[in-house]
Design a protein around this ligand. Structure first.
Ligand SMILES: NC(=O)C1=CN([C@@H]2O[C@H](COP(=O)(O)OP(=O)(O)OC[C@H]3O[C@@H](n4cnc5c(N)ncnc54)[C@H](OP(=O)(O)O)[C@@H]3O)[C@@H](O)[C@H]2O)C=CC1
Ligand SMILES: CC(=O)[C@@H](O)[C@H](O)COP(=O)(O)O
Ligand SMILES: [Mn+2]
Length: 389
């Protein structure tokens, strides 16, 4: 029986993971559920999946979590705080961790799961952007098996040989939907609203990643993520806009062959690959009817209208602390945009300012990266006033 910890259980990825797990009752169960602050959604998931442990990051929510579990007649143990979630990520009671907390808040639990040698279904791309070398080294040193869940990286994982080796790979091609503002000129984006930005044309996702898709920062984060997962330099990672979001990414090999993975835009496929690996298991997702879809289009990304992609390539090439600064500034800027405090075009502007203010330093340790993250957040929060509506 596979025993799975679902971190970020109340979010878009967490709910999809629980859906797949529930389709295989004899083979796997959700033994640990964790969330940030939405205690009622966590309780609902507990009632449905009856985990051994439930944890909420917001410590003030612990009494309600305890009461709700008792009212439901569940023996589930209640925990609170980020340290408790990190401990559960590394606890021997589970063999598999779905890392689906949003943002840098997911780093500690990702590292704990890697250090505990778990099967790590990694959706939390920010932990790789922030500390990719350390996460990959922890997985290597402790025998953890990282299976990428991000749809593009999961597609590449499926196209690579079974040992995951990239020796015969010429380049990776990450596909991008182009987001809700594809085809629009930069100036026309000044007044777009958070509601417009999170209305992704193809995927149903949480608000932060939806805004990242709209700015194309999501693809930039994914380039850095691909660099760490597959060990290729930025010069061998390309991005192609594919508005139908049916081809999830491509691998070009040295003999001229290109392999791609296709499927409907539903994250349960990627999660089923991770949960069932090396077997294929039922995910609840139907097949692809290419005749009904009609066409597959491709175009280059518009880096003038969407400068975040180039900023991310630049941060990857600068190395050291630069990706951590990029990620932290972006998280702060996206949060301010979602709160209606700044405009859409201020997101790339704030990230660019943070990268200029905090030039790349060697990323000697986790502490160095955490400090870069904190400095970038401070700098971005201070700069918000200049960008406020
Ligand atoms: N959604 C998608 O299709 C895809 C997502 N990803 C990645 O997966 C991750 C999750 O994305 P998504 O599911 O869309 O996000 P959501 O916003 O839908 O969900 C985020 C989850 O994280 C929890 N959370 C937030 N802060 C904390 C915290 N401090 N401690 C513990 N839990 C916390 C939330 O809990 P609460 O509800 O209590 O706030 C929620 O369960 C992101 O890194 C994203 O980039 C990657 C590819 C596709
Ligand atoms: C589902 C997934 O993996 C997302 O990261 C998705 O790729 C977002 O779409 P964009 O291609 O628009 O960023
Ligand atoms: Mn993706």
């Amino acid at each position: 029986m596979r025993r799975v910890a679902v971190l970020g259980a109340t979010g878009s990825i967490g709910i999809s993971a629980l859906d797949v797990i529930a389709r295989h009752p004899g083979e796997m169960r959700a033994a640990v559920l964790a969330a940030g602050s939405n205690v009622e959604a966590l309780l609902e998931a507990c009632r449905r999946h009856r985990p051994d442990d439930a944890a909420i990051a917001d410590e003030a929510a612990l009494p309600r979590l305890r009461d709700g579990l008792r009212e439901a007649g569940l023996a589930t143990r209640a925990h609170a705080g980020m340290d408790a979630i990190t401990a559960l990520a590394g606890d021997a009671g589970t063999d598999t961790v779905v890392a689906a907390i949003v943002g840098a808040a997911g780093l500690d639990s990702t590292l704990a799961a890697a250090r505990a040698g778990k099967r790590l279904l990694l959706a939390n791309k920010e932990s790789l952007v922030l500390a990719g070398e350390l996460v990959m080294a922890a997985a290597r040193d402790h025998g953890a098996r990282i299976i990428p869940i991000d749809s593009e990286h999961n597609a590449i994982f499926q196209c690579l040989p079974a040992d995951g080796g990239c020796g015969d790979v010429r380049r990776l091609v990450l596909t991008a939907s182009g987001g809700p503002f594809r085809g629009r000129a930069r100036d026309s984006l000044a007044a777009v609203t958070p509601a417009q930005a999170i209305a992704h044309p193809k995927w149903s996702m949480g608000p932060k990643i939806s805004v990242d898709s709209a700015t194309l920062m999501n693809k930039g984060l994914e380039v850095i993520e691909a660099h760490h997962l597959f060990g290729l330099p930025s010069s061998r990672i390309d991005v192609l806009v594919h508005p139908q979001s049916l081809v999830h990414s491509l691998v070009e090999f040295i003999d001229g062959s290109t392999l791609a993975q296709l499927g409907l835009p539903d994250m349960r496929t990627a999660l089923a690959v991770g949960l069932g690996w090396p077997r294929r298991i039922e995910s609840g997702v139907g097949g692809l009817d290419l005749l009904a879809q009609g066409r597959l289009d491709f175009e280059p990304p518009d880096t003038d209208a969407f400068p975040c992609l180039a900023l991310a390539f630049g941060a990857l090439d600068a190395g050291g602390t630069a990706p951590a600064v990029l990620n932290a500034a972006n998280e702060e800027a996206v949060s301010a945009f979602l709160q209606g405090r700044i405009g859409f075009l201020s997101i790339p502007a704030l990230v660019e300012e943070a990268l200029a203010a905090l030039p790349a330093q060697p990323a000697a340790s986790l502490d160095t990266l955490r400090e870069a993250d904190a400095l970038a957040r401070d700098a971005t929060r201070r700069a918000l006033a200049r960008h406020a509506h």
